[in-house]
Write a protein that binds this ligand. Structure first.
Ligand code: NAP
Length: 262
């Protein structure tokens, strides 16, 4: 058995990563390419995917495919799901694409809220359905659904509920697939340095207002996720600071989170 990848699998197959054009998704792509996995990278910004894909293909000597798709649209979801169904060697699916929107449930842009629900919930459900049959046929596979610490600390708006959905989906799927070689994990990062907080003025302001010590890195988040998969953990909270915060009573965590949007 090979020990050069996180599961010790022989002949690593393909890893599909959504939201691979930035942040945590790019880091998943880098770490999995270094472990010998072929990559299918998904996001809207094709030029970023092509650039990242070219760099990783040259560095890690693996095959990389870049697939541009908008996962807020059913056509985009269907495109990726169809391509996944064609892969006979899918080993890893990382449902990681995501974003936050300014405002609470009542005052946010409703269209953007629906887009977020599609990217965070509808797309992962379709992509899991597309990937799992081939994983079960091969008797091996790993699925990561990037949720958030917000799943346990609801803030105003729909961001936290969509992430709580991913935690529940992952735990349920992991139980359903137990003993059949396929592991499913909800990855629940806290504040992490990525492009996430650069996407709106409100998120930039929120980032500037938070203490520097609570921020983690994408490398740490992905390292914790892969180590957690190896150990069979269905929920992973990366970083000591985040684990420490989760030790506070729920009432206190809810009061702090309630002041945040998202
Ligand atoms: N950073 C944090 O503090 C933090 C904390 C907890 C959880 N998370 C979660 O971590 C995941 C990754 O975020 P990140 O922090 O790495 O942020 P990021 O650097 O902004 O990356 C987000 C990724 O999602 C993709 N994406 C967004 N909308 C999309 C759409 N409609 N269709 C397809 N792809 C889309 C983006 O690609 P394109 O723009 O090219 O489409 C990008 O690759 C998200 O699910 C986020 O909710 C982040």
């Amino acid at each position: 058995m090979s020990t050069s990848n996180f599961m010790g699998w022989d002949a690593p197959g393909t890893a599909v990563i959504t939201g691979a054009s930035s942040g945590i998704g790019t880091e998943f792509a880098g770490q999995l390419a270094d472990q010998g996995f072929k990559l299918m990278l998904v996001a809207r910004r094709k030029e970023m995917l092509d650039r990242i894909g070219k760099e990783l293909a040259e560095k890690a000597k693996v095959r990389v495919e870049a697939l541009a798709a908008d996962l807020a649209r059913q056509e985009g979801i269907d495109l990726v799901a169809a391509r996944i169904r064609e892969l006979r060697d899918i080993d890893v699916l990382v449902n990681n694409a995501g974003f936050g929107i300014p405002g609470g449930f009542v005052d946010c842009d409703f269209g953007r809220m629906l887009d977020m629900m599609a990217v965070h919930m509808t797309a992962p459900v379709h992509l899991c359905r597309a990937a799992i049959p081939a994983m079960l046929d091969r008797g091996r596979g790993a699925i990561v659904n990037t949720a958030s610490l917000s799943a346990f600390n609801p803030s105003p708006g729909m961001y936290a509920p969509t992430k709580a959905f991913l935690v529940s989906l992952s735990e349920g799927l992991n139980s359903e697939l137990k003993g059949r070689g396929v592991r499913v994990q909800a990855l629940c990062p806290g504040f992490t340095h990525t492009g996430f907080h650069d996407t709106s003025d409100e998120l930039k302001k929120m980032k500037a207002s938070l203490p520097k010590g609570i921020w983690g890195t994408a490398a740490g988040v992905v390292g914790a996720s892969l180590a957690g998969l190896r150990k069979g953990k269905d929920v992973v909270i990366p970083g000591l600071v985040n684990k420490f915060m989760m030790a506070f009573p729920k009432g206190l965590r809810k009061r702090v989170a309630a002041r945040r949007k998202p």
